[in-house]
Each structure stands twice: as C-alpha cells, then as structure tokens.
Design a protein around this ligand. Structure first.
Ligand code: ZN
Length: 385
C-alpha cells in the first residue's frame, strides 16, 4: 500500500496530475487516495491548481506541489565569504544576504552570524521559523553528512569534527544537511542548466581547488565522502612550493587562484580577477598557464568519467575565457578525441549562487522524499502550517 509520501512522488515526477489518475495508476481505492491527498494538501505539500481537461462531466482539479508554504534556509560558506538565502520548495530565492567573512575565524563566530542572518531573512520576508522545513550548509571541506560534521579542510582550521548540525539544531528543529561546496555547486549547475546530461563535473578554483561530480542527477561522493579532491594530486613532487596540505607540487599549489595571486605579488584570487579584467598581460599569461596545469588533471578526470559537461566555477571563472582557455588546451590535447567529442567546457552560469542553489535542491530532495514526508505527517500535520 502506497504511503502519502510515495503518492507525493507520483505528483512531483508528473506521473499523475489528478485524483483519478492516481486511482488508475496505483490501483488504490478512491477513499484511500482521497485520504492521502487530503493529508498532503492539509500539510501544505500540494495544492489544487486549475482544472484538467476531461472527456465530459465536471473537469477534475489538477494536483501540484505547493512550493510557497514550506521554506528552506541555506548558507554557502567560502574561505572569505558567506552567502545565505531563504528559498521556496522550487529553490526560488525569496531573500538573500552576503558578507565578507573569513571561515578560519572558526565555527562559533561564523555559525552565529549564519543563525542571525537566517533570522533577518525571515524577518525581511515576514515569515516564521515554523515555516522552515529544512536547513542546508555547504563548506569548502569534506563532510560527514550523517553526523553533520566537517571531516577535513585545509582552509578551515579549528572546524575539524565540529558538530555543525547540532549547533544549528538549537535554532531550527528540522533536518539539517551539511555538504561539500563543490558538490553543492555541481548539483546547482546540473539542476539549473544541464538536467539532460548524465555526467557533469564542476571544478571550483578560488583560494583552493576542488571538484564535484553529478552522475544521473545525484552527487557522487565516493566511499569516504572524498570524491572530487583533485586539488592535492601531486604533479611536480620536486616543486619548491609547499601546499596547504603539507606536500609539495600539488595542483592546488601550482594552479589555484591563491597561487597565481602570490606569483603576481597580490593577496587573493579576486586581485587576480581584477588584473585580468584590466587587461594586464602578465596576469593573463599566468592565468592561462594555471588553467593548462589544472587541465592536465582534468584530462584524466574526463578520460575516466566521460562527462557531458565540465563547468569551471569559483573566482577564476570570473577571468573571462582565460583560465578556461588553458583548461581546454590541456584537456583536448591530452584526451582521446571521441571522449571529448560531445564535451562542453563552460564557466558556471549561476556564478557565486551555484552553492546556495545546489544546497537548496539537496535539502528540498531530502524533505520531499517519501520517508521524510511520511515522518513529518506522522508527527503532527496540523502544527506544520
Ligand atoms: Zn596539497
């Protein structure tokens, strides 16, 4: 017997649009379908929107996801910035706020800013914490998602093993998801622009380098949640430069935005972007060279996964075509032509919003899953308004 949560999936994926179609599709009785549908409507998951055409008699009302009633709060935390958003269940942003903030300040000041910013977003839109059905955060590190903890990040000293989920749960008693930033960005780009592609790889190049992989619409994480950690592939073991991980010759220490900045006598990858946009020939040449260096590792990635899309995101995506040109040169030169025949190598279309969009999609998929919907309905549907 299908549960209300499973009935919701049939409406979400477009298999059934009316009560009659649900009865025909599932073989369940009219009274059972009416009961399930009424509970989903009452809890605000679906609503009746317009009428379908019918072969005669009274036209049936169309059932659709009610995107407006439940809300999601998400935070995208980078090495030097934070972006928070309140979205509806279609991942549409209702309000956003951004600030410059160094994540190395540690979990307490950063997460307390996030909690306060979440409250400001609710206040600004006249919504209440009771309408929030899920919270998500993405961070530049590997995360233990079930425990809501950071496993490891060289950009986030002081965060190791910090119970991020628990710290947020004090303010919001709803599912709280923690995700790696490149994974979240990859899902955001796939969801907004490339849903027909079975394999997408996103590489984020800012202070560091990381990648996210989306296969058949789902993030591929590997057995240790460490898939996509390409920044610490050691390309030149005799190189003088010591990487943030302590090794020498990692691709991150040769081709990251931070490395290019230091070589140009600058501080941050944003300084590099400004120089390149101003037409500085040294900055442009060095940026393209860094792209070619990372492209060596990406050629292996492309040969291994045969993706349809390779997306460049992060600060270096803002250098126009320059970093991308370097990547293209190496990937095409070092891969078999038929593996790259249908490969699109592009810059991020969502820009610095890819993380919050992807994290929102992740939270929405979680809270609308059959198990989560049935659990929420079992608690007290009448209080979830
Ligand atoms: Zn390294």
């Amino acid at each position: 017997m299908l549960t209300a949560g499973q009935i919701l999936q049939l409406i979400r994926n477009g298999a059934c649009r009316t009560r009659k179609e649900l009865i025909q599709y599932t073989g369940l009785s009219r009274s059972t379908i009416t009961d399930r549908v009424d509970r989903l409507i009452e809890a605000g998951y679906i609503h009746e929107s317009g009428v379908a055409t019918s072969g005669g008699g009274r036209p049936p009302s169309v059932l659709d996801i009610d995107a407006a009633r439940h809300l999601v709060l998400v935070a995208d935390l980078g090495a030097s910035h934070a972006l928070v958003a309140l979205t509806d269940l279609a991942a549409r942003p209702l309000a956003e706020e951004r600030t410059e903030m160094r994540i190395e300040r540690g979990p307490e000041p950063v997460l307390s800013w996030v909690r306060e910013a979440f409250q400001r977003l609710l206040d600004r839109t006249g919504r209440s914490a009771g309408q929030v059905c899920g919270v998500g955060l993405d961070l530049p590190g590997s995360v233990d998602r079930t425990g809501g903890r950071l496993i490891r990040s060289f950009l986030m000293p002081g965060w190791d093993d910090y119970p991020i989920g628990e710290a947020m749960r004090g303010s919001f008693d709803v599912p709280i998801l923690v995700e790696n930033d490149a994974n979240a960005m990859a899902l955001g780009e796939w969801w907004s622009s490339w849903r027909e592609s079975r394999a997408l790889v996103l590489v984020k190049v800012s202070t560091g380098i990381g990648a996210g992989i989306v296969l058949d619409g789902r993030i591929y994480r590997g057995v240790e949640e460490a898939a996509g950690n390409i920044g610490h592939v050691r390309l030149r073991e005799t190189d003088d430069r010591v990487c943030t991980c302590g090794s020498r010759g990692c691709v991150a220490s040769l081709a990251s935005g931070h490395t290019v900045a230091v070589e140009l006598g600058q501080q941050t990858s944003q300084d590099v972007v400004r120089l390149v946009q101003a037409g500085d020939p040294t900055a442009i040449a060095r940026t393209q060279e860094a792209g070619r260096t990372l492209g060596i590792v990406l050629a292996t990635t492309v040969s291994l996964l045969n993706p349809g899309v390779l997306v460049l995101a992060g600060d270096m995506a803002e250098t126009g075509e320059h970093y991308l040109t370097g990547i293209r040169e190496s990937v095409y030169r070092r891969s078999l032509p038929f593996t790259t025949r249908n490969l699109e190598i592009v810059t991020s279309s969502l820009g610095d919003r890819a993380g919050i969009v992807g994290t929102a999609v992740l939270v929405i998929e979680h809270v609308l899953s059959p198990a989560a919907v049935d659990a929420a309905l079992a608690i007290a549907p009448e209080t979830r308004t």
